[in-house]
Design a protein around this ligand. Structure first.
Ligand code: CTP
Ligand code: CA
Length: 232
C-alpha cells in the first residue's frame, strides 16, 4: 500500500466517494441499519488520494475507521443526510462513487422519545421508501461526469450475482457497477472482497478475492483509463 508505488493518474480529478451504511432512526436510541462497515469506501477514498485525486468522502456511520490522509470527510447518518451531502458535492465533482449501503426504506416516523415496552403490545413498524440517490445522481450528472455504483449480491432463485449485477447496471445507467459477491466470509465486516467490474460499454472484468485496497485499485485503474484524455 505504499503511496509512492502508485501511479499518479488521478491528479486534477475531483472525486466524491460515499461509504458506510445509513441508519434510519426509530427513536432517539434505536435505528434500522445494515452490515456495511465502510471499509471498502474508505479504501476507495484512500487509494484515490494516493493517486493524486482531490477526494471528498461522504461517510455514513464510519466513525470507527481512520480518516484516510488528505481526504475531506463529510459525516452523515441517515439516507436523507447522505443524499443532501451527495447533491451538495456532486456539481463540483468529475467522478462520483456510491459505495455506501443506503437503506431502501425508513420508518415512516421517528418517536420523539424512547419507545417503552411497558403498558402496550409492540406495534408493527411502518416503512416508507427512500429516494434512490444513485439514480438521482445519474439523472443530474453533468457532461463528462463519471458515475460508479456498487451492488452487493447474494444470488437467489432467479439468478446468480453476475446476472443480478448486469440487470442493475442497465437499470441504473451508471458508467461502472462494482458487483460484490456477498456470503462465505465475503464483503461485509471482513477485509476482503471479490466480484465483477461491469462497464456501461459492456465490458466485464472478474475481480478475484483480494483486499479492499486491491479492489479499489482495480476500479481506479478502469476510471483512470476511461477519463484519460479529459481536461484536468
Ligand atoms: N443506492 C442509492 N440510494 C438508495 C439505494 C441504493 O444511491 N436508496 C445505491 C447504492 O449506494 C449502490 C447502488 O445504488 O451504489 C445499488 O444499491 P443496491 O442496494 O444494490 O440496489 P437497489 O437498487 O437498492 O436494489 P436492491 O436493494 O433491491 O437489490
Ligand atoms: Ca438496496
Amino acid at each position: 500500500d505504499r503511496a509512492d508505488a502508485l501511479p499518479r493518474d488521478l491528479v486534477g480529478r475531483r472525486v466524491v466517494v460515499s461509504a458506510g451504511g445509513t441508519r434510519e432512526p426509530l427513536d432517539p436510541v434505536r435505528f434500522l441499519g445494515n452490515r456495511s462497515s465502510g471499509r471498502q469506501g474508505h479504501a476507495l477514498a484512500r487509494v484515490a488520494a494516493q493517486r493524486g485525486a482531490d477526494v471528498t468522502l461522504v461517510a455514513a456511520n464510519t466513525t470507527d475507521l481512520p480518516v484516510p490522509s488528505g481526504v475531506r470527510v463529510v459525516r452523515v447518518r441517515t439516507a436523507a443526510e447522505l443524499r443532501e451531502a451527495m447533491h451538495e458535492a456532486a456539481p463540483e465533482a468529475d467522478i462520483l462513487v456510491m459505495a455506501a449501503a443506503v437503506a431502501d426504506f425508513r420508518p415512516e416516523s421517528t418517536a420523539p422519545s424512547k419507545i417503552k415496552k411497558a403498558g402496550s403490545d409492540p406495534e408493527p413498524v411502518r416503512l416508507v421508501r427512500n429516494p434512490d440517490i444513485l439514480t438521482e445522481l445519474v439523472e443530474r450528472r453533468r457532461p463528462g461526469q463519471l458515475v460508479v455504483g456498487f451492488a452487493a449480491e447474494t444470488g437467489d432463485g432467479t439468478g446468480d450475482p453476475l446476472h443480478h449485477g448486469r440487470a442493475k447496471l442497465a437499470r441504473k445507467g451508471v458508467d461502472f457497477l462494482l458487483v460484490n459477491v456477498v456470503g462465505d466470509g465475503l464483503a461485509f465486516e471482513v477485509p476482503v472482497n471479490s466480484g465483477w467490474l461491469l462497464g456501461g460499454d459492456g465490458s466485464e472484468r472478474r475481480i478475484p478475492v483480494g483486499s479492499k485496497n486491491l479492489l479499489a485499485s482495480t476500479l481506479w485503474d478502469a476510471v483512470a483509463r476511461a477519463t484519460a484524455g479529459r481536461d484536468r
